[in-house]
Write a protein that binds this ligand. Sequence first.
Ligand code: GLP
Length: 233
Amino acid sequence: MKIIIVKDQQQGGKKALEVFQAALNQGAEVFGLATGSTPETTYTEIVKSDLDFSQKISLNLDEYVGLKADNPQSYRAYMQQHLFNFKQFKRSYLPQGDAADSQAEIQRYNDLLAQYPVDLQLLGIGKNGHIGFNEPGSSFTEQTRKVKLTPSTVAANARFFASKEDVPQYAYSMGIGSIMRAKSILLEAFGVTKADAVAAMVEGPVTPDCPASILQQHPDVTVILDQAAASKL
Ligand code: GLP
């Protein structure tokens, strides 16, 4: 793992832009994208930049089950608001939260991942070490699936909803097996609330108790941290 420590999330976004630029220079065609507060400055920097994704493909990590694409809390809406309204890709895919047939939706997404192997996957990390919505205990080999969110993740994401009761209990998420197939991975973490998860990911044993710890076994991972998130290393 290549660890880069920056002053704050703003600087982290600038560093992340450099990683996207380098990937484009090396011919990357497919970008795996993430949501949450962590990548916001990265998307701001991409929007401000002259990087051209108009011939590129994007595939997001996850989406809440049950939310329509135009629901303001959906990850589709997040991506529109933070990136796609300003920087267009040739095609941008997310799991469809309100798909009528879950199994068909999971198959569709796995077929897309097979058709478009990810060159650079952007990740955040949950306080419990989750990546995408792969909670502790998730298998390291699974592909896209429907997952039940842990109470801690529901609580952490409640800030985006009117109440905790409104937070969906399930999500579609690329599995850890899908994430590990990306050619390169960029994980960002900012703030002291991520320090324990970051320490477990970087220095702890490789164990499903900390899903992100499997990244120790990936050959090309860059981790961008602010000083607070790096404080327990
Ligand atoms: C969410 C998302 C993850 C994200 C994580 C951290 O549950 N599914 O993709 O990395 O939680 O979120 P945040 O960046 O808001 O701290």
